[in-house]
Design a protein around this ligand. Structure first.
Ligand SMILES: *Cc1c(COP(=O)(O)O)cnc(C)c1O
Length: 383
């Protein structure tokens, strides 16, 4: 292994998760696979072809540059939707390449109109409405303006979608706010339809809303974290599973992250390990140095806290996580040798380290740890 660690993606897990989601939502709901932030750290170039094999035909990214990268990866049949940042050049490129994009202020529509049909194509737009999240999304004045621009330039636009984003459907504490958003969304959709602006898709739901609120599915959902095998929150999982007879998690985690033991050493009782004084050996210890640190995405807050799997056993990370290395306590592993496999995320023997168990230690969300896995770490597809 030339690199210090490798990230493996399970094709079987992706298929399982997408099949599960398709069954949940039914045939009339388009699943847009959200692959922003390098497919939540899984690696867009590795993940997208697997998702396509599992039947995904629509992908969402955050920015124009992500869309351009995805254009090189996806099959010609798949569609791209940009939910966030684009500069003027990106807008022209998107129109030329039939890339769909969110419109959350009318500047983007003006930009399209200024192209004056030179691309020979209509812009494929999703109008994002403000319904209570107070982030992106047009308020009623801006929406009226947008509707006017579209009505006055019928050749320049195709209204692909009306959409909004819900403010925290992963927590029941936000239930009232979510319900208010849904009813505002319904009212705004009707306002558009009364003016003859009927979208092909209505969409509001990310993972949590799609799984928890069937009424939020409309005919399209924007699916991020669930397709990678993680629940948006413990609450979402508990709510889902409590209604089922079968209490097993229907999702499979897609990612594994593995490294190797770089070197082993003995430490005498009473000595400190690694920088500073945060770990004192209370007895004679055997330690393994692993060539993964915070620069590789292993969070520093897992110092003295993290767990890794070596020789089929769960062992603790001791001392500080360094830039390129961490140390595990392997005192209890009689047969451990240099070069042995170390599982940072994933399974070995009967044991598993989940990103979720990381997050409990480090107070990070699944989302954050995953998206911080560096692009440079090699990705491999496994069955
Ligand atoms: C990231 C994102 C999603 C996907 O969220 P998940 O919780 O991972 O499913 C959906 N919609 C928008 C607008 C997003 O930015």
């Amino acid at each position: 292994m030339a690199d210090t660690s490798v990230i493996e993606l399970s094709e079987k897990a992706v298929k399982n998760n997408i099949l599960f989601l398709k069954r949940q939502f039914g045939e009339n709901v388009l699943i847009s696979s959200v692959v922003k932030s390098n497919a939540y750290g899984h690696g867009m170039a590795t993940f997208v072809p697997i998702a396509e094999k599992a039947g995904i035909e629509h992908f969402s990214v955050f920015s124009g540059s992500e869309a351009r990268a995805l254009m090189e990866i996806k099959s010609p049949e798949s569609t791209i939707m940009v939910m966030g940042w684009m500069d003027d050049k990106d807008i022209v490129w998107a129109v030329e390449n039939e890339v769909e994009f969110f419109v959350f202020d009318s500047f983007r529509l003006d930009k399209v109109v200024s192209l004056d049909g030179s691309t020979g194509k209509a812009a494929l737009v999703h109008l994002e409405m403000e319904t209570g999240m107070n982030r992106t999304g047009m308020k009623s004045r801006e929406l009226k303006k947008a509707a006017g621009i579209i009505i006055n330039n019928p050749g320049s636009f195709k209204l692909k979608g009306l959409c909004t984003h819900l403010a925290g459907a992963e927590s029941i504490a936000n239930h009232v706010r979510i319900q208010k958003q849904l009813s505002r969304f319904g009212r705004l959709c009707r306002w558009f339809e009364e003016r003859g602006l009927v979208p092909e898709y209505r969409h509001v739901a990310s993972s949590a809303a799609a799984i928890t609120y069937p009424a939020a599915r409309f005919n399209m959902v924007r699916m991020g974290i669930l397709q990678y095998g993680y629940w948006p929150s413990a609450e979402t999982f508990i709510q889902f599973i409590s209604k089922k007879r079968d209490r097993d998690d229907p999702l499979s985690r897609v990612i594994s992250w593995k490294s190797r033991v770089m070197t082993l050493k003995k430490v005498k009782r009473g000595e400190f390990v690694n920088y500073g004084t945060i770990y004192l050996a209370q007895e004679d210890k055997k330690i393994a140095v692993i060539p993964v640190g915070y620069s590789h995405g292993y969070n520093r807050s897992l110092s003295n806290q993290g767990r890794v799997l070596i020789n089929g056993q769960r062992v603790g990370v001791i001392g500080l996580v360094n830039m390129n290395m961490l140390i595990a306590d392997v005192t209890q592993l009689p047969d451990v040798k240099t070069g042995d496999e170390v599982v940072l995320i994933g399974s070995q023997g009967n044991l598993t380290i989940s990103v979720a168990s990381f997050s409990e230690f480090s107070n990070q969300l699944n989302y954050e740890l995953l998206t911080r896995l560096p692009e440079g770490t090699p990705r491999q597809v496994i069955n």
